[in-house]
Design a binder for this molecule. Structure first.
Ligand code: UD1
Length: 420
């Protein structure tokens, strides 16, 4: 297992390019199952999770061709196996996203039941209830969700009692080829859901209310090929901005979009960052100052994203003052604080609230990544700590950050990867 070795204390400074979004690339790849012609997806990030999704499509018989710039041609006209096996689902929960499209197009889908994960129990009950409302018969057998539909799925009026990104995406994809109209209420409005909806429209789907919490989908008989570039990764963008804020630096991030990051940019300004934006770039400058601690509470978009919570906790750990971080989406997503405290942070945990009192300096230590975004917070802590930090189990980071050490090196960080 590789490790990252970081010698902290350098102010980050420079320019980097932001990659395509993992969390929109994954549902978009799953949605290619709906088309009966080849589809071209561009700007995909080169990440383990994307590779896992492509492997999953391939093992179902889908034709996948990748060029050197991570543009992928997907041809789902030849699919011959309707199973998402345990071996793949256990490495990536987002595999559940093939359930809706596979069932809707082929009337059958067997998907290994995703388990919980480090950040919480993460049920899929809303996905399943929605598909049942559309006429699917679903049973769980031998650890698999076995879904069948007698003919096309039927449009339905579905109210989701929790805002779920994956649930909204699965039902949106299923509804695209269903017979009649589906209304999804209390739908997630995350930019990745919008990107998926725009992709479905590019394939010929009829969707109203994109970007709102009520999606109306008029099912069509077939979806066709198209070429679609995946949106920039807002969480990667936010992570590099927060790293620069914690390290009192100045960074310019290119090929990104300020509009999907309003809650994060607002909090960075509150922390003392000077932010400039252009059509496809964001610049953050701390002018050498220590960040000020901020209070935040995670909630569905457009509020502060849970995927940025741990990075802000790391920034608060070295900020001036005390910041309160409340996690409302996943029950166990403050686990990284124990590792941060081992580096000299002063963080108290009370239920789903972390009370972070900033310290002048953290001290490098060997630490262990436990999930994707928690690992990013350990990297940020390592960048601002005195001495050497060794981050173990970085396969979590590789699931979500393309070339993280190369990009940080470009910004002047002292970071290297070593095989263990
Ligand atoms: C997606 C993102 C993840 C992000 C999360 C919340 C991807 C691949 N992952 O995960 O990075 O942190 O959105 O923004 O896009 N829930 C239920 N029943 C369900 C489904 C969800 O109770 O059927 C609950 C979950 O346990 C959680 C909450 O709803 O507490 C939100 O989860 P959800 O939005 O579904 O997260 P994911 O789609 O898994």
């Amino acid at each position: 297992m590789d490790k990252l070795i970081i010698t902290g204390g350098r102010a980050l400074s420079g320019e980097i390019r932001i990659s395509g979004s993992k969390n929109s690339g994954l549902p978009i790849l799953a949605a290619t199952l709906l088309a009966d012609e080849p589809v071209h997806i561009c700007n995909l990030p080169h990440l383990n999770d994307i590779t896992t999704m492509l492997t999953l499509l391939r093992c179902m018989g889908v034709g996948v061709t990748i060029d050197e710039r991570m543009c992928v041609e997907v041809d789902a006209s030849l699919i011959n196996d309707f199973t998402a096996p345990y071996e793949l689902v256990k490495t990536m929960r987002a595999s559940i996203l093939v359930l809706g499209p596979m069932l809707s197009r082929f009337g059958v889908a067997n998907v290994s039941f995703p388990g919980g994960c480090a950040i919480g129990s993460r049920p899929v009950d809303i996905h399943l209830r929605g598909l049942e409302a559309m006429g699917a018969e679903i049973e769980v057998d031998g650890g698999y969700i076995r879904a069948r539909s007698n003919g096309r799925l039927k449009g339905a009026h579905i109210f989701m009692d929790t805002v779920t990104v994956g649930g909204t995406e699965n039902l949106l994809m299923a509804a695209a080829l269903a017979q009649g109209t589906t209304i999804l209420e209390n739908a997630a409005r995350e930019p990745e859901v919008v990107d998926l909806a725009n992709f479905l429209v590019a394939m010929g789907a009829q969707i109203e209310g994109i970007g709102s919490d009520t999606l109306t989908i008029h099912g069509v008989e077939r979806l066709t090929g198209c070429t679609y570039p995946v949106m920039p990764d807002r969480i990667e963008t936010g992570t590099f901005l927060t790293a620069a804020a914690a390290a009192r630096g100045r960074v310019l991030l290119k090929d990104t979009d300020q509009h999907m990051l309003e809650a994060v940019l607002l909090k960075l300004e509150e922390a003392g960052a000077f932010i400039n934006t252009g059509k496809d770039w964001i610049e953050l400058d701390m002018k050498g100052n220590r960040p000020k601690a901020v209070n935040l509470k995670t909630a569905p978009y457009p509020a502060f994203p849970t995927d940025m919570q741990s990075q802000f906790t790391a920034m608060n750990a070295v900020a001036e003052g005390t910041g309160t971080v409340i996690e409302t989406i996943f029950e166990n997503r403050l686990i990284q604080i124990h590792e941060l405290n081992r580096m000299g942070a002063s963080i108290k945990l009370e239920g789903n609230t972390a009370i972070v009192t900033g310290v002048e300096r953290l001290k490098g230590a060997p630490v262990m990544a436990s999930d994707l975004r928690a690992s990013a917070s350990l990297v940020i802590a390592g960048l601002v700590a005195d001495g050497e930090t060794v981050v173990d189990r970085i396969y979590h980071i590789d699931r979500g950050y393309e070339c993280i050490e190369e990009k940080l090196q470009l910004l002047g960080a002292n970071i290297r990867r070593v095989p263990s």
